[in-house]
Design a protein around this ligand. Structure first.
Ligand code: PLP
Length: 356
């Protein structure tokens, strides 16, 4: 079976097998990782190795902290204004779809926030032009979402601004190379390319750790997490361990540059198949098509239920689009083998021949 779920996403089979083999007795310790103290030498070693491997995969410079938090990317929507607006000012947001809007909404709930540029004018099919990006004069950061998981719109460049850039990379982290030094903050829920749900990775440039509002709850305070090695309280130990196994696996695949080449090939196969047919359609501008989330509609929506039934029966799972968009969506993160995309493309061609 191939699972095209947008998140929690499929994990590499090799990772699941290793976790299974180690589940009851981790490397002869007589315990599962789930049962270990987070303060034990064994777990500290697991945690530190995961962070070191992640830093190496992403090329995180030394003047950045890497935090392993909980609460998902949604919690970071609150952490961003709380941790960055201690000296006043406002948050500035690019609006490229549903996830950017959720971040903006939380910014407005907790502080002052405005839209620096929006893709609304083009129906969320293309990123705002660089010259259209106009942050408010008192903005203390520019927030954007690199890849809109639902709409399938991905930024084709890092926006330029004289402000710390804050990026939601939930659905694109580790799928392509990124120059971390261009960012103030990067955050991502784990459940796409990092591991199971339960962990949220935050990369923060250290000078930005001094800007929190005084009323920031300790559990939302980046500096508090940085000071305690993310062990302010009991972390999501098992999810952290599994993330470490995924980082190992990604290293074995050749790292981010190698997986990016594979991801580009996978995505090209799928978009080419969609574009070559008169039966399927993806509305996103070529430069902004997501590498990891490919939404598409059938020309005849009355065939949706049949498409989903038959694809499921063919072992191609969770292709139903998000409830707000309809149609289909194939999420093809790092752990989706090229064979899964080949099978999907074959199925789509066959379905079109029978119903087109
Ligand atoms: N941001 C993006 C781009 C996402 O894709 C998601 C979830 O799919 C979220 C934020 C919310 O993440 P979480 O469920 O970890 O809060």
């Amino acid at each position: 079976h191939f699972n095209f779920c947008s998140g929690p996403a499929t994990l590499p089979t090799a990772v699941l097998e290793r976790a299974r083999d180690e589940m009851l007795d981790y490397q002869g310790r007589g315990l599962s990782v789930m049962e270990m103290s987070h303060r034990s030498d064994t777990f500290i070693d697991i945690a530190e190795r995961a962070e070191a491997d992640f830093r190496q995969l992403m090329g995180v410079p030394d003047n950045y902290s890497v935090l392993f938090m909980q609460g998902g990317a949604t919690q970071q929507f609150a952490c961003v204004p709380l941790n960055l607006l201690g000296a006043g000012g406002s948050g500035s947001y690019l609006d490229t779809g549903i996830w950017s809007q959720k971040a903006l909404k939380e910014g407005r709930h907790l502080a002052t926030a405005s839209v620096a540029a929006s893709a609304e004018d083009n129906g969320y099919t293309a990123a705002p032009a660089p010259r259209a990006i106009l942050p408010a004069s008192d903005a203390a950061y520019l927030h954007y979402c690199d890849n809109e998981t639902i709409g399938g719109l991905q930024m084709d460049r890092v926006p330029e601004a004289d402000l710390p850039l804050v990026c939601d990379m939930s659905s694109s982290i580790l799928s392509k190379s990124v120059d971390v030094s261009k960012f103030g903050v990067i955050y991502a829920g784990a459940q796409k390319n990092i591991g199971p749900a339960g962990i949220t990775v935050v990369i923060v440039r250290d000078d930005l750790l001094e800007r929190a509002r005084a009323d920031t709850p300790t559990m939302l305070n980046w500096k508090a997490f940085a000071d305690e090695g993310s062990m302010l309280n009991t972390p999501a130990t098992y999810a952290w361990y599994l993330a470490g196994l995924v980082f190992d696996w990604l290293g074995e695949q050749g790292g981010v540059a190698a997986i990016e080449r594979l991801n580009r090939r996978k995505a090209a196969k799928l978009y080419d198949a969609i574009d070559a047919s008169g039966f399927y359609r993806n509305p996103i501008a070529a430069a902004n098509r997501s590498l990891t989330n490919v939404p598409f509609v059938l020309h005849d929506a009355s065939l949706n239920a049949t498409f989903l039934e038959e694809s499921e029966a063919a072992g191609l799972l969770t292709l139903k689009g998000h409830r707000s968009v309809g149609g289909m969506r194939a999420s093809i993160y790092n752990a989706m083998p090229e064979e899964g995309v080949d099978r999907l493309v074959d199925f789509m061609g066959d379905f079109e021949r029978r119903y087109g």
